[in-house]
Write a protein that binds this ligand. Structure first.
Ligand SMILES: [Zn+2]
Ligand SMILES: [Zn+2]
Length: 410
């Protein structure tokens, strides 16, 4: 856990809960003041100016929402974080808490094992990137893929206020589905961004169980293909002879949205898209939040400089798109030796990816979408090659090959 220390003021009319919350936060090295009266708490907050107030919603005298409203009008408290802890499990209350200026909403009964972690996650305000599948083309289970995992493309980015983005629905989304259901977090409100409709990016979507459960809300976004909308691209792979269940059997509220090259804004998160160099319409995504960013750019071919397919203008657009990003996740399907026999297959080789990352001055390069014939050792070798090329270029880019379930905070 991040061991930064903050000053908290806890306000709840339940002294037993205050005691538990205090112990949990103090165990993580945090400073805590607790108060049972909301009216009295207002004065103490104004005097002590803590980093964070943790508020109950339903309190006698002045409820948590009212108190939040008053605190948010005070210009001397503009850096104050406000987190609600409430037994009200309604989606309406969570959304209202955030819309009136709350920074987070934690459900009662609190989970002693995760409470302090959840609170600090909201305070540190980081994006959490998790890998669920790092391979391309075909899932490859077995002893030769134990280190990096055998699942095809799927990553998630979780945001402190609860927004949850999934990128691609390769076989990794099955592991994600099981993980989400085991956490019993209540309503799942997610957006699934699809890079393109090749099998390794959509074919496990029908195994994402929250789609079949009422109460959840899921939006599926991606590029249309000519007259084929995102809805049709997803539903046609589940039609008749290919799959026994159709999309009309989804019980969650499921929406589809066709994207082109554009910028979306969702709750203060900016999502930019760019068409990539790959057969059909394939979108790369740049996610920006609070001055930090992650780029998800797969599948994409970077032709060699002496190739007739090399297009400097196209490359420049990509360089601008990923410029200065904290993490560039990108298609590094082939070794430099493999690439010449795979020209126009729509994927990139190690040295081209390294040059892109260096030219765009990205902070961290994550090698992604590995060829199904490559073993863990082959991926190790690609990583070593990338790192030595970066060293030769005297580059400041940090390079790694993420593994399934690996988590990064940005
Ligand atoms: Zn692919
Ligand atoms: Zn593809």
């Amino acid at each position: 856990m991040d061991n930064k220390s903050f000053h908290f003021i806890l306000v709840d009319d339940d002294p037993n809960l205050l005691e538990v919350e205090t112990l949990l936060l103090e165990a993580e090295g945090q400073t805590v003041t607790s108060i049972t009266s909301s009216i009295q708490a207002l004065e103490v907050i104004r005097q002590q100016k803590p980093d964070c107030v943790i508020l109950d919603v339903m309190m006698p005298g002045m409820d948590g929402f009212e108190m939040c409203r008053i605190l948010r009008q005070d210009p001397t408290l503009k850096h104050l974080k406000i987190i609600f802890v409430s037994a009200k499990a309604f989606d309406y209350d969570r959304k209202r808490a955030l819309s009136i200026g709350g920074d987070g909403f934690i459900l009662k009964p609190i989970n002693p094992e995760s409470f302090a972690q959840e609170v600090l996650r909201i305070l540190l305000d980081r994006m959490e990137l998790t890998y669920w599948g790092v391979r391309g083309t075909l899932p490859m289970p077995g002893e030769k893929t134990l280190k990096y995992g055998g699942h095809t493309s799927c990553i998630t980015i979780a945001f402190p206020k609860g927004d949850f983005f999934i990128f691609d629905a390769g076989s990794g989304i099955k592991a994600l589905s099981s993980s989400l259901l085991s956490q019993k977090k209540g309503t799942i409100d997610a957006k699934i961004f699809i890079s393109h409709p090749h099998w390794d990016h959509i074919n496990a979507l029908p195994f994402f169980v929250p789609l079949y459960l009422p109460g959840h809300e899921i939006e599926i976004l991606g590029a249309s293909h000519g007259t084929l909308s995102m809805r049709e691209l997803i539903s046609s792979q589940m039609e008749g002879v290919y799959f026994p269940i159709q999309i009309k059997e989804f019980a969650a509220r499921v929406y589809f949205r066709d994207l082109k090259e554009e910028t979306l804004e969702i709750n203060g998160i900016h999502i930019k898209t760019l068409l990539l160099n790959h057969p059909g319409n394939c979108l790369g995504y740049r996610i920006e939040y609070q001055g930090r960013s992650i780029c998800y750019v797969t599948d994409n071919e970077l032709p060699l400089e002496d190739s007739p397919y090399y297009d400097p203008q196209n490359l420049n657009r990509l360089v601008e798109f990923v410029k200065g990003t904290d993490i560039l996740i990108t298609d590094t399907t082939y070794t430099d030796e493999e690439y010449p026999s795979k020209v126009l297959w729509g994927h990139s080789s190690v040295s081209q990816v390294v040059k892109l990352a260096h030219q765009a001055e990205v902070n961290s390069l994550h090698l992604f979408h590995h060829d199904p014939d490559q073993t863990d050792e082959d991926i190790d070798a690609k990583l070593e090659r990338a790192q030595s090329l970066l060293k030769e270029m005297d580059s400041s880019v940090h390079c790694m090959a993420p593994k399934e379930r690996q988590l990064f905070k940005v």
